[in-house]
Design a protein around this ligand. Structure first.
Ligand code: PLP
Length: 386
């Protein structure tokens, strides 16, 4: 069997050793607590499930959906964007339904990037951006997100000739894995660059609704002129505990949405209409659902942060996302510290280096485990490291 060059070039999975150790422990009956994946443990609210049940019974929903998403769904998205961010987006031409943001983020560059083109990709980052560019046979320039810059890119440090050849930049605020947030002045700056150097901004806002301490995340699309150069990706996965449902959406200028939509007509055949109906209910109730979720995550965040600080580790409480991003104590790198947590406390975290070179020196804890498990994890940290 011949495997494509594109596939062969994907670097080997870095954490096979940690996975093997987890497996060994579990085989020995050890109760391993995972702060690994960011997948909400809380169920999808029942009113959303009920809409799916009702709509699944309706034969009108059993046929191929429309490629772009049902008009009703796109209208609900448009209303949500207006209420949440004060945005005015045409449901007909400026919004598209996605099978989750991951799907959209991966396929979007296919509409805009050719072999030899260049995309700017953050480091550390959710791995899908880099993979998407790679699968277009395009080049990527990674730019660092550094703690001293609040994990925002230093745009002035990127050379002029790189900007001149850039077709696309990926951004993600609130950010996974660093948990950093961006304000409108940063979005203003990057939109100005996008006009000056003529590139597309792909902004992944999957965590825009998971925020703490009263922080409210802005949309990049709030910047004047952003629509002409930018696509913003939103998800119901984290906001409404719907990771398994596979629905999200993108909003942007009509030309961008049209080209993106053209690619998608060649790849998928839309989101199950019953799921779109359920997502309308999710959007209509997202403020309350997100508020309930954030209260739960904030309590977990505070318990975890308190324990990490009590044992003497340096950590800043996140304003947003489902994660805590902690710099590893002296004498360790990301992988050796993750190994130490597993060996000493039977706890799994993700080594920051999994997200890129500049993730080295950090580990990521997810807050998506049930309260009792999180409390037990916190107890183990205190016991093993005090
Ligand atoms: N973007 C970021 C930054 C993520 O962390 C994730 C999932 O963890 C996604 C997108 C994917 O979300 P979805 O479930 O909408 O595909």
């Amino acid at each position: 069997m011949k495997v494509s060059k594109r596939l062969k070039e994907i670097p080997p999975y870095l954490f096979a050793e940690i996975d093997r150790k987890i497996e060994e422990k579990r085989e020995r009956g050890v109760d391993v607590i995972s702060f690994g994946v960011g997948d909400p443990d809380l169920p999808t609210p029942s009113q959303i499930v009920k809409v799916l049940q009702r709509e699944a019974e309706n034969p009108n929903n059993h046929r191929y959906p429309s490629y772009q998403g049902m008009p009703l769904f796109r209208e609900a998205v448009s209303s949500w964007l207006r209420e949440r961010f004060g945005l005015d987006f045409d449901p007909e031409r400026e919004i598209i339904a996605l099978l989750g943001t991951k799907e959209g983020l991966f396929h979007c560059p296919l509409a805009f990037m050719d072999q030899g083109d260049t995309a700017l990709v953050p480091d550390p980052a959710y791995p899908v951006y880099g993979r998407a560019v790679h699968f277009c046979n395009a080049s990527q320039v990674r730019f660092p997100l550094k703690e001293e810059d609040g994990f925002l890119p230093d745009l002035s440090a990127i050379p002029e000739d790189t900007w001149l050849k850039t077709e696309m930049i990926f951004l993600n605020y609130p950010n996974n894995p660093t948990t950093a947030v961006a304000d409108l002045s940063f979005f203003d700056e990057i939109v100005e660059y996008s006009h000056r150097y003529d590139f597309i901004i792909v902004h992944d806002a999957a965590y825009s609704e998971i925020t703490y301490d009263g922080y409210v995340s802005p949309s990049l699309l709030q910047v004047a002129g952003a629509k002409d150069t930018s696509l913003e990706f939103h998800s119901l996965s984290k906001t409404c505990n719907m990771t398994g449902w596979r629905i999200g959406f993108a909003a942007g200028g009509a030309d961008l949405i049209e080209s993106f939509g053209k690619i998608k007509t060649n790849i998928d055949s839309g989101v199950f209409n019953a799921v779109q109906h359920a997502a309308i209910s999710a959007l209509e109730n997202s403020r309350d659902i997100a508020a309930d979720n954030c209260r739960i995550y904030q309590r977990r965040r505070d318990l975890l942060i308190e324990a990490l600080r009590d044992v003497g580790w340096r950590v800043t409480p996140p304003k947003a996302t489902l994660y805590v991003w902690m710099s590893v104590p002296g004498g360790y790198d990301s992988a050796s510290f993750a190994r130490e947590l597993l060996e000493e406390a039977d706890i799994v975290v993700v080594p920051g280096s999994a997200y890129g070179e500049y993730g080295e020196g950090f580990v990521r804890f997810s807050l998506t485990l049930p309260d009792q498990r999180l409390e037990e994890g916190v107890r183990r940290i205190r016991e093993a490291f005090s």
